[in-house]
Design a protein around this ligand. Structure first.
Ligand code: ATP
Ligand code: MG
Length: 1018
């Protein structure tokens, strides 16, 4: 609970100075701030808000479920949860006692509690549990219709006491229930105070039932037509919607499981009562008769009996005297009394019957012993202490009931404290409190108590009056500290002679008038009525009155008086409650106007006084104001010390709490009640820490609030850190997986390739035919390398098998390959490459020797080492003229020779370093262009080969490239194209050609810039 943020003190125990003023101030502040609940330890003080509050939503239910009292702001849910938890955890029966005066909100509180229990147990929505909680909730509607009425204090005042047990199985699921009802205010049936109404059921029937139903009951839709429901002008009951509540009531009857006949019988009884109220009597001489016989026959019809029987019962009384049965006529007064007694008795019996009927429906049907122990939660919604101007027998009973409950409260609270201290090994301190046992005894003691004296007076034969009863009390109770009368204190003018007596209740002094005490205590209904009802042809009605079966002559014991019955039921109730662990809701009514804003100080102070709330706080504070299990205490305050934050290293929680308290106590500035530190203010029990004064708790809370902000930041930091670490780890893991996968893929690839190449040495083609698998992307480059390596390896192998003298040729072919492969249609000629064809006898038989001698001359002159290539060519000059020439390529210079003049050199030769590139056709013609730097290009076409048409261009290319590489370590470009650009006479010209190849070739000018190479076979 956030002690610091709550308005006022959320627990009265935390008040600094416990005075009535401080108590009232706190109650008022909280009420004005909309805090209707405040604790006294585990007691909930509830102030009626008189307005709808949004604190009963499912979210609130969820919030309070399973939480402890001090964890959340005060709420009745916390109490309901504590009762439920204790029952479930420890298999203990618990009860919730709700008290307070009329209109203080008891019934509403009981419904809120029931709803809470139904909600938290219905989570699994199992059919049986839903059925049980449904009936428990719906039965309220029926009981409110029949047992509640509009009074001057409360539009929906419960005119009976109710105690409801809810049974749970070992799992904590509700499996049934039982309702006890106490002292219905039946006098209301025949008489209501000005401004009040009869029980709701009458109005609901008259205003809500269908015309058909009303006709069958001989009723009119007019509440003023009946004496019992006729309303005086001051009664403004427009706020009550009887039509709607009638629908709800009939709906509830159906839902709970009342049969159609049962419901009909109940309506018939309501109608009978209304009709009875209209019966009038007339005096014919000495004889009394019924004036309106028609009403009588309607009553008879509705009761399933004869009009005569009813009339007789109203007018006469059958008694057995000395074995003879005689009929005695009533006086006029007697008949009126009998009629009213009849009406009251019918209503009271019908009400009790409804309660019994609900009980048979909700009683536990399962064989619980089969499933383990069953436990209970009891909810008591009973009338609060009443002080009116005129207090009669009913107030006497009600106030006695409150005395009993107060006594139980004190005993149980003290008993609980005592037991807890014993259990925890803490020294018990005596608490000074007022024990109202003496007042209970004043009322209930055998022989000497007021009820006994009253019974005695009623039992006396002869005419004993209320005054005589008062005299008897004065005699027997003389000297009792809590009883007063005019006779015993003649100066007390407040008490009337022969009429009043006063009881000093724990909650205040109440003056009672003895008038009517005896009659109400006797609570007589003549036997004749019971017999009539028992004989009813309506089974439901007949079953309600089993005692009517007795014969007139049968000598029966006198029935117990109302006072004794009530006393017994109270003793029984107290017995039931004291066997359970109690929880208390103390309701306070803030004003008489039903206003949500008014807080009437006097009224509230009075209620606080008679509910004994101040006393309650004193009892609670006399020992220890607060106690918490060590684990809970640690959970809440462990951040206050480094010994316990974030987790302690002590032997146990107790030692950790001790270390924590010691640590905080040693800090400067910690003062509790003027003394330094906390240690003098706490005691260590076996499982709980006990804190004597609220100051300690407040100081702890303050320190906690100071630290919480840092802890929140710390938690955020940790959380963010943890999140980031998690993300990082995930990323790292992802990369790891990716890497592993890549490695796996690479390994697969490499393994596959190594498998495929396993026998490569033995393959005839040395693995050329092996298909390379698709490499993973990362290995693409490697695969290319490997392919190259393999190719080189393979080439190496192949080359090794070639004789050494053929290597120059291979190198030439390689050079040609590099330049032409894939570009020229024919890039390699198989067979021997001779190079110096002009010196070859087979190729140039006629002129080989003359060429040889010219070649030798040139060699001598230009001192080159060897001839690289020679051939006959058709050459074109800058004037587009074609001439036959010979081409001689040496390792230093290139020469043009004139074959017609015995291979005379045409020029002094072009140095190899002038060669910038070569151009050839992409088809297989023999065009060979040598591009020269600073000279016209040498545009030729090789011809006159032997055999004819032999393709020597690749060889020429290979030779020229190779020699330039060897001599100058230079690579030259070889251009292969469908048309070739050349430079002649400073102009660029394009040579194009057709696809044919032939022995003779010629260049033909097409235009200034375009030349056609034609070949023909002739
Ligand atoms: N928690 C609440 N929220 C809103 N209104 C409430 C609450 N409690 C009580 N009331 C209002 O006060 C009225 C009286 O409450 P309730 O009938 O519970 O009083 P009571 O103590 O049972 O009185 P009685 O002794 O006459 O039966 C309700 O009808 C309702 O209007
Ligand atoms: Mg009530």
């Amino acid at each position: 609970m956030d002690i610091i943020q709550e308005p006022g003190k959320p627990d009265f125990v935390l008040l600094d100075n416990l005075t009535l003023e401080a108590f009232m101030e706190n109650l008022k502040i909280r009420f004005q701030k909309g805090r209707i609940y405040t604790y006294i330890g585990e007691v909930v003080v509830s102030v009626n808000p008189y307005k709808a509050m949004n604190i009963f939503t499912p979210e609130y239910i969820k919030d309070y479920k399973g939480r402890e009292f001090w964890e959340k702001p005060p709420h009745i849910y916390a109490l309901a949860d504590a009762a439920y938890k204790s029952m479930k955890r420890y298999m203990k029966d618990t009860c919730i006692v709700i008290s307070g005066e009329s209109g203080a909100g008891k019934t509403e509180a009981s419904k809120i509690i029931m709803n809470y229990i139904a909600s938290i147990t219905n989570v699994s929505a199992r059919a049986e549990i839903e059925r049980v909680t449904g009936i428990l909730l719906k039965s309220n509607v029926i009981l409110e219709s029949f047992g509640n009425a509009k009074t001057n204090r409360n539009d929906n005042s419960s005119r009976f006491g109710k105690y409801m047990d809810i049974n749970f199985d070992f799992k904590g699921d509700p499996i049934g229930g039982h309702i006890n009802n106490y002292l219905l205010e039946k006098s209301r049936v025949v008489h209501q105070q000005s401004g009040e109404r009869n029980f709701h059921s009458f109005y609901q029937l008259l205003l809500g039932a269908t015309e058909q139903t009303l006709t069958s009951l001989h009723l009119k839709r007019d509440v003023d037509a009946y004496n019992f429901t006729r309303q005086d002008q001051s009664n403004n009951s427009r706020s009550i919607d009887d039509k709607r509540t009638f629908r709800e009531m009939t709906g509830a009857f159906k839902a709970v499981g009342f049969t159609h006949d049962e419901q009909k019988a109940l309506f018939q009884l309501l109608a009978v009562i209304l009709h009875l109220g209209n019966i009038e009597f007339v005096l014919n001489g000495d004889v009394v008769g019924v004036k309106n016989k028609q009403v009588l026959s309607q009553i008879a019809e509705l009761l399933g009996t004869s009009a005569d029987a009813i009339e007789q019962a109203l007018l006469t009384r059958v008694v057995a005297a000395r074995g003879e049965v005689i009929s005695k006529l009533h006086t006029h007064e007697d008949t009126c009394f009998a009629r009213d007694a009849f009406a009251k008795a019918i209503y009271e019996r019908a009400f009790s019957w409804i309660v019994q009927r609900i009980n048979t429906i909700i009683e536990v049907k399962l064989d619980i012993t089969r499933y383990g122990k069953s436990t209970l939660i009891g909810v008591l919604d009973i009338y609060g202490f009443e002080i009116f101007d005129n207090n009669s027998f009913e107030q006497f009973c009600i106030n006695y009931c409150n005395e009993k409950l107060q006594q139980l409260f004190i005993e149980l609270v003290l008993k609980q404290e005592q037991e807890e201290y014993l259990r925890e090994g803490i020294d018990w301190q005596n608490i000074d409190y007022f024990n109202n046992c003496i007042i209970c005894e004043l009322v209930e003691q055998p022989h000497k108590g007021i009820i006994s004296i009253l019974d005695e007076a009623c039992l006396n034969v002869g005419t004993v009056t209320d005054v005589m009863f008062l005299e008897a009390m004065d005699k027997k109770l003389k000297g009792h500290g809590h009883y007063q009368s005019r006779r015993l204190s003649p100066t007390d003018k407040d008490l009337s002679h022969n009429q009043d007596f006063r009881i000093i209740h724990y909650a205040g002094k109440v003056r009672y008038s003895v008038v009517g005490f005896m009659e109400k205590n006797k609570d007589q209904l003549f036997q004749d009525f019971k017999r009539v009802l028992y004989k009813s042809s309506n089974k439901v009605i007949s079953d309600m009155w089993p005692e009517g079966a007795q014969s007139v002559k049968e000598v029966t014991k006198r029935p117990l008086t109302a006072g004794t019955l009530f006393k017994n039921s109270m003793i029984q109730l107290v017995g039931k409650l004291s066997s359970k662990e109690p929880y208390y809701v103390r309701c306070i009514k803030p004003n008489e106007m039903k206003s949500p804003i008014q807080f009437n100080d006097d009224r509230c102070e009075h209620q606080v006084a008679y509910l004994g709330l101040l006393e309650n706080v004193r009892v609670r504070r006399a020992g220890f104001a607060n106690r918490q299990p060590y684990s809970r205490f640690l959970q809440r305050y462990k951040m206050l010390s480094s010994y316990t934050w974030p987790n302690h290293q002590c032997k146990g929680d107790k030692e950790a709490v001790q270390a924590l308290i010691k640590d905080i106590s040693s800090r400067p500035g910690i003062l509790v009640n003027g003394k330094p530190g906390f240690e003098h203010d706490v005691a260590y029990g076996n499982t709980k820490i006990f804190i004597r004064t609220p100051n300690t708790l407040v100081t702890l809370e303050e320190q906690r609030v100071d630290l919480i902000q840092y802890i929140i930041v710390l938690l955020q930091k940790m959380w963010r850190g943890a999140n980031a670490r998690r993300r990082y780890k995930r990323t790292v893991a992802t990369y790891k997986i990716m890497n592993r996968y890549r490695v796996y893929k690479m390994r697969c690839y490499l393994l596959e390739m190594s498998k495929r190449f396993h026998n490569v040495r033995k393959m005839r083609d040395l693995g050329k035919s092996v298909v390379w698998a698709q490499p993973p992307k990362v290995l693409t480059q490697l695969a290319e390398h490997m392919k190259l390596m393999h190719a080189r390896w393979r080439a190496g192998h192949i080359v090794k098998s070639i004789p050494h003298d053929q290597w120059p040729l291979i190198q030439l072919k390689c050079a040609a390959y590099d330049a032409l492969h894939g570009k020229r249609s024919n890039w390699l000629r198989q067979g021997k490459w001779e190079g110096n064809y002009l010196a070859s006898m087979s190729d140039n038989a006629a002129q080989a020797s003359s060429f040889q001698s010219v070649s030798n001359n040139i060699k001598a002159k230009h001192s080159f080492n060897k001839v690289v290539f020679s051939a006959h060519v058709r050459k074109m000059n800058k004037n587009n003229k074609s001439e036959d020439r010979a081409l001689l390529v040496t390792d230093k210079l290139i020469f043009k020779l004139d074959p017609k003049k015995g291979y005379k050199p045409m020029t002094s030769g072009v140095l190899l370093r002038k060669v910038t590139g070569l151009s050839v056709s992409s088809s297989s013609n023999q065009l060979l262009v040598i591009h020269l730097d600073g000279h016209d290009d040498l545009v030729t076409c090789i011809h006159k080969t032997n055999p004819p048409n032999q393709d020597r261009v690749p060889e020429a290319i290979g030779c020229i490239m190779r020699v330039i590489k060897l001599e100058q370590n230079r690579d030259i470009l070889v251009n292969v194209g469908k048309s070739i650009q050349v430079k002649l006479g400073g102009k660029t010209k394009t040579i194009s050609f057709d696809e044919t190849n032939g022995a003779t070739s010629n260049f033909r000018k097409v235009s200034n810039t375009s030349i056609m190479l034609t070949t023909s076979t002739t």
